[in-house]
Design a protein around this ligand. Structure first.
Ligand code: NOJ
Length: 568
């Protein structure tokens, strides 16, 4: 195995696995996953070969947004277990050579957090810890349109809620139970850094930072642009990437000792472009290890629209977008590589073909192209099985706050129910949240799962995939091993081939005199390859394929066939 130099960030050779604890493994039969459930699956993760576990929030929370609304940053919610369980999870991961990254949700707290409770009193010293504002000038407090700005919340409706007791509004870019913290106040920042140090001292190895580029807002808060026919502003530039972003990130680094302790950081960033992401992830500064960008997961929605305005994906768009990020971050910044997480639909249903005929090959091929880009790959629980979308058909099937709000608001505005349901079926966050199927019967809980199993669980489950050498799971295992083995996977320069081809995704990775070539048919039909446009395969060794027996030449590729060649 090639050695990564001591000074190189260790996560360049790492693969991250995301656990959404509510849906991963339930140890006590209450139908909700928990920490002891996860502890029981550590050998499974080790077998897959991942290096890092990102744990979605397990903090004390009223669960308005499944834990992204935190009421106590220093405790575990009883639904998930105890701090002792978390210590055991950390120890179990470390004992197996893996690391733990916590979700850090500090743009907002829960309205049930003690800080917000205190802040409700206008004379409290914590009043300024959140954004409290009077009604818009000339309006009666509480009247329609009296909100201090015209911003929409990301979960629908105005981003301000009126508090009758104090006669003022508070800001919440997400649900009213998720009030935004005021990062302009140095006491807020100090309290967050203190809490982060507490977790690092407990043994965590880094943080996935929730919507982190919302912490600096352009001050003063002002109205945003309104699209025709919309009552509220969805203009994210008014709320994201404020002028103090870099200052806050550098301060956090210093105060928490992120650089010195070689902690892993990934910042989720709404509305970030390549140039800004390069600044945030630049290796010349201690800011962020990498960012989660959204461009490649918004290509199947109407431009300027919302995620519910569906549009078919164009393969050239996807390839070119990802290539632009590869080039743009170059050797100065670093990419995160993801298709799925707890907010995104299942990629095999979205960008692949989830029919029984093509599911396995398309899941493998999507994994291959993603993992062989330059950056740190993320696997979301169940993705390694090629899990498909939930297939819900009625509004009552959905549990997710964003999905439920969308349905109520859209149908209330006259969108036909069938259209709203089609949008939910394609994009709802619950698609990714069905319980992890460990066995053909489910095996996630002995009780009733909080969200039903995917109807495909009898076919798509861990037990079946472990037993089948040609499964999606074993393909992920091989891809992860390849990243650990080959320096060219980590460091190689990226070059997109055939950028305009509507069917083939091909690229090379080059390091010194070694090259990898990835070539993939991204359709459910046989596709021809323009041979003059790809490197000669004379001295090439085939290192990975999506189909059990690949033909000798690549002039034509079977549906969803992908191949990885090593050329030396
Ligand atoms: C992004 C998280 O990934 C999502 O699940 C959550 O609802 C919002 N941030 C608000 O915290």
């Amino acid at each position: 195995m090639a050695l990564v130099s001591e000074t190189d960030p260790w996560w360049k050779s790492a693969v991250v696995y995301q656990i959404y604890p509510r849906s991963f493994a339930d140890s006590d039969g209450d139908g909700v996953g928990d920490l002891r459930g996860a502890i029981g699956k550590l050998d499974y993760l080790k077998g897959l070969g991942v290096d890092v576990v990102w744990l979605s929030p397990v903090y004390r929370s009223p669960m308005d947004d499944n834990g992204y609304d935190i009421a106590d940053y220093r405790d575990v919610d009883p639904l998930f277990g105890t701090l002792d369980d978390l210590d055991e999870l950390i120890a179990g991961l470390h004992a197996r050579g893996m690391k733990l990254v916590m979700d850090l949700v500090v743009n907002h707290t829960s309205d049930e957090h003690a800080w917000f409770q205190e802040s409700r009193d206008p004379s409290s010293v914590k009043r300024d810890w959140y954004f409290w504002r009077p009604a818009r000038e000339g309006f009666e407090p509480g009247a329609q349109g009296a909100e201090p700005t015209n911003w929409a919340s990301f979960f629908g409706g105005p981003a301000w809620t009126y508090d009758e007791a104090s006669g003022e509004y508070f800001l919440h870019l997400f649900s009213p139970k998720q009030p935004d913290l005021n990062w302009e106040n140095p006491e807020v920042r100090a309290a967050v850094y203190d809490m982060m140090r507490w977790w690092v001292d407990r043994g965590v190895d880094g943080f996935r930072m929730d919507v982190i580029n919302l912490i600096s807002k352009p001050i003063p808060l002002t109205d945003g642009a309104v699209a025709p026919g919309q009552p509220l502003s969805y203009d994210v530039s008014q709320v994201a990437n404020g002028p103090r972003m870099i200052e806050f990130l550098e301060e956090m680094n210093r105060e928490v000792g992120i650089g010195e302790r070689r902690l892993f950081t990934v910042g989720e960033m709404i509305a970030v472009d390549v140039d800004r992401a390069r600044e945030y992830t630049s290796q010349h500064h201690d800011r962020l290890g990498m960012v989660f960008t959204f461009e490649h997961v918004t290509l199947d929605q109407e431009p300027g629209g919302m995620k519910w305005d569906l549009k078919p994906l164009s393969l050239p768009d996807l390839k070119r977008t990802m290539a632009r990020w590869q080039k743009g971050l170059g050797t100065e910044g670093w990419n995160s590589l993801y298709f799925e997480n707890h907010d995104q639909p299942r990629v095999v249903s979205r960008y692949g073909d989830d029919s029984p005929e093509h599911r396995v090959a398309s899941a493998k091929t999507l994994a291959t192209v993603l993992h062989l880009h330059r950056g740190t790959p993320y696997v979301y629980e169940g993705q390694e099985l090629g899990m498909i979308n939930a297939g819900f058909t009625t509004a009552g099937d959905y549990r997710d706050i964003e999905s439920r709000n969308f349905y109520t608001i859209a149908t209330g505005q006259g969108v036909p129910a069938e259209r709203a349901l089609a949008a939910l079926a394609a994009k709802s966050r619950d698609n990714a949240r069905t319980p992890m199927p460990w066995t053909p019967e489910g095996g996630f809980t002995t009780g009733t799962p909080w969200l039903p199993y995917n109807a495909a669980a009898p076919e798509i489950n861990v037990e079946a995939e472990l037993a089948d050498e040609d499964s999606v799971y074993h393909h992920y295992r091989r891809l992860i091993a390849l990243r650990h083995e080959l320096e060219v996977v980590r460091e190689g320069r990226f070059e997109l081939l055939l950028p305009d081809d509507e069917r083939i995704w091909a690229f090379t990775r080059t390091l010194r005199d070694e090259q990898l070539m990835v070539i993939a048919n991204m359709t459910s039909q046989v596709a021809g390859v323009p041979m003059g446009s790809i490197p000669s395969l004379e001295r090439a060794e085939l290192v990975l394929t999506s189909l059990p027996a690949a033909a000798d030449d690549v002039q034509t590729l079977e549906p969803w066939e992908s191949r990885v060649y090593r050329i030396r």
